[in-house]
Design a protein. Structure first.
Length: 82
């Protein structure tokens, strides 16, 4: 566990979530504020990766209550430093 990744009033306000991927570590941001860093195990992935925007809801819900969730993505921006 790296930290808490909760934005401000997520049901009524837009929040920005960011990830900076360097050669040595991942740096996580919420609303422009650094929230965590990780270079766990052997560091960061050195392979080509795909970006997946997901809530990561499991195929099976293990409790009896109905489960639903949603989120609105205004845009995804990706850039590479030169």
């Amino acid at each position: 566990m790296l930290g808490k990744f909760k934005g401000n009033n997520i049901y009524e306000e837009y929040n920005t979530y960011g990830l900076k991927w360097t050669e040595d570590e991942y740096i996580f941001y919420i609303n422009g504020v650094e929230t965590a860093r990780s270079s766990f195990a052997s560091g960061v992935s050195q392979e080509e990766e795909q970006v997946i925007v997901s809530l990561e809801i499991p195929d099976k819900i293990t409790h009896e209550k109905d489960f639903s969730s949603s989120f609105i993505v205004d845009y995804v921006k990706i850039w590479q430093e030169q």
